[in-house]
Design a protein around this ligand. Structure first.
Ligand SMILES: Nc1ncnc2c1ncn2[C@@H]1O[C@H](COP(=O)(O)OP(=O)(O)O)[C@@H](O)[C@H]1O
Ligand SMILES: Cc1cn([C@H]2C[C@H](O)[C@@H](COP(=O)(O)O)O2)c(=O)[nH]c1=O
Ligand SMILES: [Zn+2]
Length: 205
């Protein structure tokens, strides 16, 4: 039976690198893959999955308008597909995840999703919540905090490096906007950020 996998981690853990390695392994064995990433994340270029160690590959892009089951079905009419690889899986909708379940269960194709578990406030992304609920296999990849502990959280920072405690869930960025931290250091810095924003707000009144 084909499975749905969710490889999750904080930023900088090497999720994209691991996806590209899995893609290489499949293709090295003569198998065909289909890569997907979020349309809104263009850090490595539109429709490109990039890694910090400079590996990259073109990918199909998803947004709310895309039906993944239909798109993958259409591709199957043109060529064989042995594995589906999805980067930035935190940006999937719950409907997308249900479509990927169908790809795995009805089409018998393994689906490997890579993404963040939680956002800059420590809350689940919709795609991650659905994958945590529905995936057959949950695999944690490891990032490292400044203190050496496992980094599980993602702190959003402003241009001066101060923690950002409030804002929209989605804000594309890299090392300039986010720091992967262990939970202890994440909450320390987040509370500092909250206190700072509060004092700035009070000072303005
Ligand atoms: N040539 C490059 N140099 C530095 N950073 C890059 C380069 N290409 C891509 N990146 C960044 O690296 C990210 C993916 O890095 P990766 O090491 O696989 O960790 P993760 O996906 O867990 O954050 C990309 O999304 C992009 O922000
Ligand atoms: C924590 C957090 C992250 N994002 C964005 C920032 C990046 O564009 C991606 C994750 O990138 P990765 O290196 O491939 O892990 O997600 C966001 O929009 N909101 C957040 O809270
Ligand atoms: Zn730490």
């Amino acid at each position: 039976m084909a499975k749905l996998y969710f490889y999750y981690a904080a930023m900088n853990a090497g999720k994209s690198t691991t996806l590209l390695q899995a893609d290489f392994n499949y293709r090295e064995r003569g198998m065909e893959t289909m890569l997907w990433t979020a349309k809104l994340d263009e850090r490595s270029g539109a429709g490109v999955i990039g890694s910090r160690i400079a590996l990259s590959a073109p990918a199909h892009t998803f947004d709310e308008s895309v039906d993944l089951f239909m798109s993958i079905g259409e591709e199957l009419r043109r060529r064989d597909v042995d594995c589906i690889l999805v980067d930035e899986a935190q940006f999937l909708t719950q409907r997308h995840v249900l479509e990927l379940c169908e790809v795995s269960d009805a089409l018998g194709i393994p689906v490997l999703c890579y993404g963040l578990r939680t956002d800059f406030q420590g809350k689940l992304f919709p795609g991650s919540a659905a994958l945590l609920a529905l995936a057959d296999s949950l695999v944690e990849l490891k990032a490292v905090c400044e203190c050496g502990r496992k980094a599980t959280m993602n702190l959003r920072v402003d241009k001066e490096g101060h923690a950002v405690a409030a804002g929209a869930q989605t804000e594309i960025g890299g090392n300039d906007r986010y720091i992967a931290l262990c939970r202890k250091h994440f909450f320390e810095r987040l509370r500092e950020g909250e206190a700072r924003q509060l004092s700035l707000g009070l000072a303005r009144r």
